[in-house]
Every structure is written in C-alpha cells, then in structure tokens.
Design a protein around this ligand. Structure first.
Ligand code: MN3
Length: 251
C-alpha cells in the first residue's frame, strides 16, 4: 500500500513536471544535484521533507532490543519534536515559506541563522532516521544498491567498517551518513551537530540515503558510554528496502 502510494506520487510528479513544462533533466536528478544547480525541490519530489513531524512508522518498542522503547519515545516526542517546533519558529522569523520543501532551505543554509541550521538540520535528519529503520530488518542490501556499495567501497564489509568508523570517531554530537554523489557514486561521511550532506556548508556534499544519529540522547539510556555497541546494533534495524528506494530516487 505504502509502495503503491509512492509509485502514484512519483507518477503524478512526472506528469505534473511535464505539464509545468520543466526540463526533462529534472527527472532522474538527485536532490543534491538540483540544489547544486540552484533549482527548487518541488513538494511532490520523491522523499522531499516538510516542516512537520511525520508519525513514527512503528511503535516505540518496535526496535528493541537494539533501540529501547524509552529512548525511542523521548527521542521522538521530545528531541525530534523540539527541532520541528523550533524550525517552525525560525521559519516564521526568517520569512521561509513552509508550504515549500525543507531541502530548499538546507541547500542554502549559509544564508540563514544558526537557529535555522540547527533545527532545520535536526528536523530533516530525524525524519530520515526514522524512515530508514524498521522492526525485523537488518541483513544486507540487495540489487542495484548492493552493486553500488560494492563498486564504491570494494565490498559490503568495507563499507560497514568505513561507516562504523565515521560513527564512532565523530567527536561529540553528530551523524554518520551514506551519501549518493553525482553519477551514483556512494561515499561515507560524518557531520557535526545537526548538519547534513545537503547543506551548502557540508564538507562532503550529496544526497543522504542512510544516517545514524550518534548524539548521546540517541543511545545513552541503554548503552551509556558504549557508543560502539550502539553503532554495531544499528545494522539490526536498518531497513535496506527503504534505503534502496532513496538510492533509486537519487540516481
Ligand atoms: Mn537525535
């Protein structure tokens, strides 16, 4: 049902784009490519993000024992909710049209305040994070995503090592990312605070398709100071199907 809706929205996006007379080059471009070319991300673009929290797609208990229910509840209802609320304030203060997509702000984040950067990033990152996890998930990616991982990193295992290192070695608070760059090349990066690869200030730019929150609030109740254990456990809840859909949309 979910996939059906996505397919319909993708189809109507294509139709609407054609109707609007936009260049056909838009289709098949990643969000990062469009932003780099100064183009606006339309609201119905696949995986574009709004300014409000989407409902969590599973229960707080769903990712146990890897991510405990108490952490999920506080993370979603307090931390992530605060980013969304503060983002709405910032948008009001800075005259941002919240009927458009958040990606347009992130791609030009250097023109906004730190409040917008922290909360816009915070909201975007958490929306992506919830969407790429699921109960009874894990395993390995398949198909074109697996091929891209193998050709970009040498092997799936090499990718895992690189991603884990990025997550474990990020000093203080931040995120680890799997990022699609031009031509479908995949790279691993990490960002401080609530920055992300869509931002014009990011060291490594591209379209993020997998992200891991390594702020202490994401794991401290269950793992305390053992961030490496949390990072390793993350693989058990990665929804590779969702990551593959984001990859497909980005190439
Ligand atoms: Mn968080």
């Amino acid at each position: 049902m979910k996939n059906e809706n996505k397919e319909i929205s993708r189809r109507s996006f294509v139709t609407n784009t054609a109707k609007a007379g936009l260049t056909i080059g838009l289709i098949g471009s990643s969000i990062a490519d469009l932003l780099a070319n100064g183009m606006e991300i339309p609201k119905n673009f696949p995986f574009s993000t709004g300014f409000s929290q989407n409902p969590l797609p599973y229960n707080y208990t769903a990712l146990e024992p890897h991510i405990d229910a108490r952490t999920m509840e506080i993370h979603y209802t307090k931390h992530a909710a605060a980013y969304a609320n503060n983002l709405k304030d910032a948008a009001k203060e800075e005259g941002v049209d919240t009927t458009k997509t958040l990606e347009n702000v992130l791609g030009n984040i250097s023109k906004y305040t730190p409040k917008m950067r922290n909360n816009g990033g915070g909201h975007y990152n958490h929306e992506l994070f919830w969407s790429i996890m699921a109960p009874n998930a894990g395993g390995k990616p398949e198909g074109k995503l697996m091929e891209a991982i193998t050709s970009s990193f040498g092997s799936y295992e090499a990718f895992v090592t690189q991603f884990e290192n990025a997550a474990k070695s990020r000093f203080g608070s931040g995120w680890a990312w799997l990022v699609v760059q031009s031509g479908g090349k995949l790279v691993v990066s990490s960002t401080p605070n609530q920055d992300n690869p869509l931002m014009d200030v990011a060291e490594v730019k591209g379209t993020p398709i997998l992200g891991l929150d390594v702020w202490e609030h994401a794991y401290y109740l269950h793992y305390q100071n053992r961030r490496p254990d949390y990072v390793t456990a993350f693989w058990n809840v990665v929804n590779w199907k969702a990551v593959a859909e984001r990859f497909q949309a980005a190439i």
